[in-house]
Every structure is written in C-alpha cells, then in structure tokens.
Ligand binder design. Structure first.
Ligand code: SF4
Length: 242
C-alpha cells in the first residue's frame, strides 16, 4: 500500500461529512483531464505506508471523523480491504473513489459492509468504443464487463453511492453522455432501491495535458445540452451538475 504524503481536509469530497482525503499512488488509466497525473505511475514514487498514514489520520479523528480514499485508483492496491476495516475499527466513516476496474475488490468491500459511501467514475458509454484519451487500458477487452459489473454491484448494494463523469467535450461529447445515461439506467433498473440514481456531471478543468492537446473545458452551452439529455431520463437519474 502506498499513499501520497499529502492529506487534505475537504468539505465537498464526502457528502454529509468534513473529511480527510488521502491519495493512493498508482492508476491503470491515463485520463487526459487527470488532476493527479503525478500519482499515475507508481513504481518510482516515494510515499507513505499504511502505518504512516494511520499515524497521520488518527490524531485528526476528533475533528475529522471521516476519510475519503482516492487516488490514483485505490482498488489496485492489495491490502485495501484490510486498511478500510482498520479505519472502521478506529471509528471513521469511509468513502472510496474508484474507476470501477476491479469488481472483485469492490465486491469484497461491499461484502464486508465497511464503506459508508462509494463514488464510481463512468468515463464513457459502456460499449466497445475505443477511447484514446483515457489510457491504453481503457480499451482492453474486459473493460466493459468489469465496469458494468462494478456499477451493478454498487447500485444494488444498498449503501449511498454516486456515479459520475468528468466532462471535457473532446473526450465525452453529448452522444457519449447520452450513452452513459442509458447504461446507468439499464444497469440500475433491477435495483430494489426506491431511491433515484445519483449521477454527477463534473465540469472538467484545464490541466497541462488538456492544454497541450488544445482541449477546452465545457462551456455553458455544452452543459445546457447535457442537461437537456438528462431530461430524457427523469424517471431514474437524479442528476447533479457540479
Ligand atoms: S482514473 Fe482517475 S486517477 Fe486514474 S488517470 Fe483517470 S482521472 Fe486520474
């Protein structure tokens, strides 16, 4: 387990909580809009181990009794489930952010009932389309199957969750947002939950890579078009644009 040395206090990462956000090093994707690009490659990075990070978190617990685990991709790290169980033993509320690539680990976490919230990225429609701006692994043959499986597990888990998409028109055009809405609807529809599915569109912000590629963040006109798409799915998708 390898963590980035910085811990941030966040008022927005974990709905209903002020939390400590911790970052795990290493990701299997390479999204052009990634804000944590320095965390993607893991082998040559120094970082904190589990002992160090617990020593940082535990003294904060009185003021910040919630932890958001993000990355990088947390589910790539062996030991994640044990680490989350330890946080629960110390009394923390725990959320993870995931790109959905590892349904086995997500299932293990859900089976242990050790998460209080889970946020999963759905970066494109769940079909076999090649997406060059999300990294080589994104187009692997098992991608669709694994992400669908993770989304199914999460939407049927009974714990609070959200699906979300970071929007850059060159990566996620309106046609792709429509596909995502359909996929979320289809995957979640057999859920016993009475609640609507929470789906968040996050406006992408410029980072060095998008600047280099000439990709612009979505403007107001684009977001209005996206909102018009959501109106086609009012029955199940409770959309939050942020
Ligand atoms: S999945 Fe998340 S952490 Fe990984 S490259 Fe994409 S945005 Fe960055």
């Amino acid at each position: 387990m390898k963590f980035a040395p910085n811990i941030i206090t966040s008022f927005i990462d974990f709905p209903g909580h002020i939390c400590s956000t911790i970052f795990m090093i290493g990701c299997n994707l390479s999204c052009v809009y990634c804000h944590n690009r320095e965390l993607i490659a893991s082998s040559d990075k120094p970082g904190l181990d589990e002992f160090d990070i617990l020593n940082e978190l535990i003294p904060r617990k009185g003021i910040f009794p919630a932890v958001n685990i993000t990355g990088g991709e947390p589910t790539l790290q062996s030991g994640l489930v044990d680490f989350v169980l330890k946080l629960k033993l110390y009394g923390f509320a725990v959320k993870i952010d995931t790109n959905g690539y590892n349904p086995e680990t997500i299932k293990e976490l859900l089976d242990h009932k050790c998460l209080d919230y889970i946020a999963m990225d759905i970066k494109s429609g769940l079909d076999a389309t090649h997406h060059p701006h999300l990294g080589d692994h994104y187009s692997s043959v098992n991608r669709v199957k694994d992400i669908r499986q993770s989304a199914y597990l999460i939407s049927h888990s009974g714990i609070p969750y959200e699906f979300r998409t970071t929007v850059f028109p060159d990566v996620t055009p309106i046609s792709e947002i429509r596909k995502i809405c359909k996929d979320i609807l289809q995957i979640s529809e057999s859920s016993q939950s009475e609640k609507k599915v929470k789906y968040c569109l996050q406006k992408g912000n410029e980072v060095p890579m998008t600047k280099k590629l000439g990709f612009l963040p979505p403007d107001e006109a684009f977001m209005k078009q996206a909102e018009a798409v959501f109106k086609e799915y009012p029955q199940l998708i409770d959309v939050v644009v942020r």
